[in-house]
Ligand binder design. Structure first.
Ligand code: GDP
Length: 444
């Protein structure tokens, strides 16, 4: 029957897509040294106004694996992705799910944050979000300080998807303030929400207005400094013109593989990603079943690059740069936080404590010690060498002097002989007989 046919088709589609759809099965390829066996933890935060489609997008990003029949715990079960009954998120909530793809296990955690409209006073709206990020850093720091560090739970926020309202105009001051509060603590990924509510031209114009001038950040290499410019009509232009907001983008520096560079450039060109979310299937005019949103004039397809940037976002977030996001969180963002935290605790006063807590510092110190040892050895070798040279030189000088002395002696002796011979010659010429013993000594 028609119903059976549709059901079989849908099941087939899910299974077919399961192999490569979500894409985190590629994680072991992204990871060079960490163990696959333990699985991966990935925490993503979503920030933006209520109703901007945060929950829907997360569902859309990970949906096919959430429908996995083998996974008993699933984000798709029940209403767990909705913050509360009326679908609005009023408090920070985190939801976790263990999902598996091609034998790779991912513990996904989504941190959903309240939107601006949910606060009586928006001035402080960012505070609970920053506190949440900090407390996750603290929890990690606390684990690192434990004696047994074999099983570290990494619940730090690895990516923060920031939802920009699809106004088509410009960024609001509150967006800039939010991003500035967050960008030193998380990998910021700005997206234009509900891009289907804008026309193609509007999206292009909007992206241009939310201009991003890319500059190579020499310190961090992977983060691009973005200047978000407001349209000239906005009075606060001057206030924010010099706001530099760091956002995460796939690196194109220090790469050799042409293909990867091109791929990353392609992703970069889409920032901020104009996304459409939908976890339901609709039928297109030509009869295809697609994830999308239906309108009287047609269908917007989520998984169609001609329709929106969802695919590029998912590619970066999950398929190609998930490990990069995790690494950057650990190596740069967390490191900054920890250093500051320890400094504020006065730990720097006691280097031994700092070293205890911080393996990087310990390593640096060991390297320093090693280098000092090498320098000392080199100095010692130089000294010994100089000593030897000096000894040799003085020996040479001594034998030189001896040679001179002998030379002088011989010269003196010869001089003396010459004088005696001349004396004898003179005597012979003057007719006087030479002294017999003198003749003997000369002839000898
Ligand atoms: P949240 O409060 O940010 O989590 O937003 P939800 O994901 O709950 O979505 C709020 C409403 O917007 C729901 O009715 C969604 O169906 C709708 N929605 C979600 N994503 C999109 C989108 O990309 N385009 C459009 N037009 N509507 C969307």
């Amino acid at each position: 029957s028609a119903t059976n046919g549709a059901g079989a088709g849908a099941a087939e589609m899910v299974r077919k897509k399961m192999g490569s759809f979500v894409g985190f099965a590629n994680l072991p390829n992204q990871v060079h040294r960490k163990s696959v066996r333990r699985g991966f933890q990935f925490v993503t935060m979503v920030v933006g106004d209520s109703g901007l489609g945060k929950s829907t997008l997360i569902n859309t990003l990970f949906e096919h694996k959430l429908y996995d029949l083998n996974a008993p715990r699933s984000l798709a079960n029940g209403s767990s992705l909705n913050g509360n009954a009326n679908g609005r998120t009023i408090a920070i909530e985190s939801k976790s799910a263990d999902i598996e793809e091609n034998g790779v296990r991912l513990k996904l955690t989504v941190v959903d944050t309240p939107g601006f409209g949910d606060f009586v006073n928006n001035d402080e709206a960012w505070k609970p979000i920053v506190d949440n990020i900090d407390s996750r850093f603290d929890a990690y720091l606390e684990q690192e300080n434990r004696v047994n560090r074999s099983k570290l739970m990494d619940n730090r926020v690895h990516a923060c998807i920031y939802f920009i309202q699809p106004t088509g105009h410009s960024l609001r001051p509150i967006d800039i303030e939010f991003m500035r509060k967050l960008h030193h603590k998380v990998n910021l990924i700005p997206v234009i929400a509900k891009a289907d509510t804008l026309t193609d031209d509007e999206v292009v114009a909007f992206k241009q207005r939310v201009s991003i001038f890319q500059a190579f950040n020499k310190v961090h290499q992977r983060v691009i400094v973005a200047y978000f410019l407001l349209s000239p009509s906005t009075q606060i232009l001057n206030d924010i013109a010099h706001n530099q907001i760091s956002i995460f983008q796939p690196p194109i520096y220090d790469l050799e593989d042409e293909e990867t560079i091109a791929e990353n450039e392609e992703i970069q060109s889409k920032v901020p990603f104009a996304v459409v979310g939908s976890d339901t299937f609709v039928t297109t005019a030509d009869g295809r079943q697609v994830r999308g949103r239906s309108y009287p004039w047609g269908t917007i397809e989520v998984d169609n690059e001609a329709h929106c940037d969802f695919i590029k976002l998912r590619q970066m977030l999950i398929h190609t740069h998930m490990e990069e996001l995790r690494e950057y969180t650990n190596d740069v963002l967390y490191e900054q936080y920890r250093t500051q935290k320890l400094l504020s605790m006065g730990v720097s006063q006691d280097p031994s404590v700092f070293k205890e807590i911080n393996p990087a510092v310990k390593q640096a110190e060991e390297r320093q010690l090693h280098e000092a040892k090498l320098t000392k050895m080199e100095a010692e070798m130089k000294m010994v060498f100089q000593q030897k040279v000096q000894e040799k030189e003085s020996k040479l000088k001594q034998s030189e002097e001896e040679l001179y002395a002998r030379h002088r002696e011989m010269k003196d002796a010869l001089e003396k002989q010459r004088y005696e011979l001349e004396e004898r010659k003179r005597r012979l010429e003057s007719g006087r007989p030479p002294t017999p013993d003198k003749i003997g000594s000369v002839s000898a």
